[in-house]
Design a protein around this ligand. Sequence first.
Ligand SMILES: [Zn+2]
Ligand SMILES: [Zn+2]
Length: 202
Amino acid sequence: MRAKRLIGHFKSCNDERLVDDTGTVTIVLRRCSTCGEQKELVANYALNGLRDGLPAYRKECKTCYNIKRKENKNKKAHSGFIGGQRRRGEEVPKLTHQEWKEAVIFFSGECAYCGATPKRGRVLTKDHLVAVSAGGTTTPDNIVPACEHCNSSKGNKEWRDWYMAQDFFSQNRMNQIFKFRSIQRIVGEDEDQPVAQEAQVE
Ligand SMILES: [Zn+2]
Ligand SMILES: [Zn+2]
């Protein structure tokens, strides 16, 4: 049986199907949307993969699959958090999942206050530097990653007062928080710029 190559014949253009002379699909290749490599679908799942929209697993892409699943879970948790802020009465919580990820990267995946990294199965929480009850907002310049312990210990207290009273207080990390906040504010101003310019034209 000689395999013929069909390209772009099916709805999912990420797939390439190899068919034999009888028209039976023998191999399905699918491009992984995470690593970008084209890989053969695992035999057991290949038949499912023939119908578009059904899950199909690529050989050697288990890691990509796990990354994606984790990312989707994080995105879901993020929109849950934003929805919670709305329910608590905040009018426009303005923090994208991407901005939150950038905040975590800025603090090297550590709690902005004590420097702890979350243990297995635990996550960094989104802590409002200035508590919502004190007029703080859910915006990139007011959300820092914090371990669950710091987040609940800080509560609604003024963050600098609370932080300086802790055993794990670090001037370096406090400077990092100030630096982070300034950067976020500058970025925020840049985003508002086009609107301001339009207003000036009139
Ligand atoms: Zn992959
Ligand atoms: Zn902490």
